[in-house]
Design a protein around this ligand. Sequence first.
Ligand code: ATP
Ligand code: MG
Length: 276
Amino acid sequence: MSIAAENMHTGTPLLELSQVTKRFGGLTAVKDVSFNIWPKEIISVIGPNGAGKTTVFNLITGIYVPTSGDILLQGKSLLGLKPNEVVVRGITRTFQNIRLFNNMTVLENVLVGEHTQLKASVLGSLFHTPRVVREESEARRRALELLSFFGNVLVERQDEYVINLSYADRRRVEIARALAANPKLLLLDEPTAGMNEAETLDAVKYIRRLRDELGLTILLIEHKLAVTMGMSDRIAVLDYGQKIAEGLPEEVRRDERVITAYLGKSKTGDEHVTEL
Ligand SMILES: Nc1ncnc2c1ncn2[C@@H]1O[C@H](COP(=O)(O)OP(=O)(O)OP(=O)(O)O)[C@@H](O)[C@H]1O
Ligand SMILES: [Mg+2]
């Protein structure tokens, strides 16, 4: 990390990646990656296709177990926890390709995100005890409150199947579902992918509001470099599984290794260079 960025923080990081490596057979997807995420930061991971960005998310969320290294949330290791246990600890995510239940309504999708928070027993649910009824109406109220974070549109369309929504609205529902489990840290995998310019600008605004109004810490993967540069407090750059740079956006933008990594990629490189 740059000295300027490092000096801004004291105490325990919210999340700490310590020399994390992940190998799939002969392929090292993530190699010896370390970085800290500080409370209320918006930090981006960028890098060319296949650099290991999504794998980092899968390691943090317990989908993959690191081959070596450690991942700590508020100083406590997350290693050995199942994905649902990582959610309970306070980390939720969205996916590069939206993963909603298309045969369920907008509201139902958000309610799914709340199930880790509900206390009522299975037996109670079968017999519809007063506690269950109370929890259900409270869960609905909270789900609607989360949808209203994105304005009125999703509240008005709460009973529609998500498949009928625009791509940008589905991305919003996915974030609402991730918020429903009360995270401290929210991981967004390419939250503006597939969006036009207006939708992208709107997404940048609500991602900032997630931090400013809800006090969340946000780690995001973003391919649109102009977006990342404008929105992130700090940026970590991966290339072939390794962290090649980390720092403030203006530092990363000028970094020779970063420029070379993007110039070196033939297929998507041109686009990235223009945006840099
Ligand atoms: N489950 C897996 N088994 C084998 N190889 C994998 C697995 N998951 C990821 N990889 C490989 O690890 C490397 C990193 O993949 P990853 O999806 O993390 O990249 P990425 O930076 O998210 O790329 P993109 O920008 O295209 O989304 C790639 O070579 C990928 O093929
Ligand atoms: Mg990816």
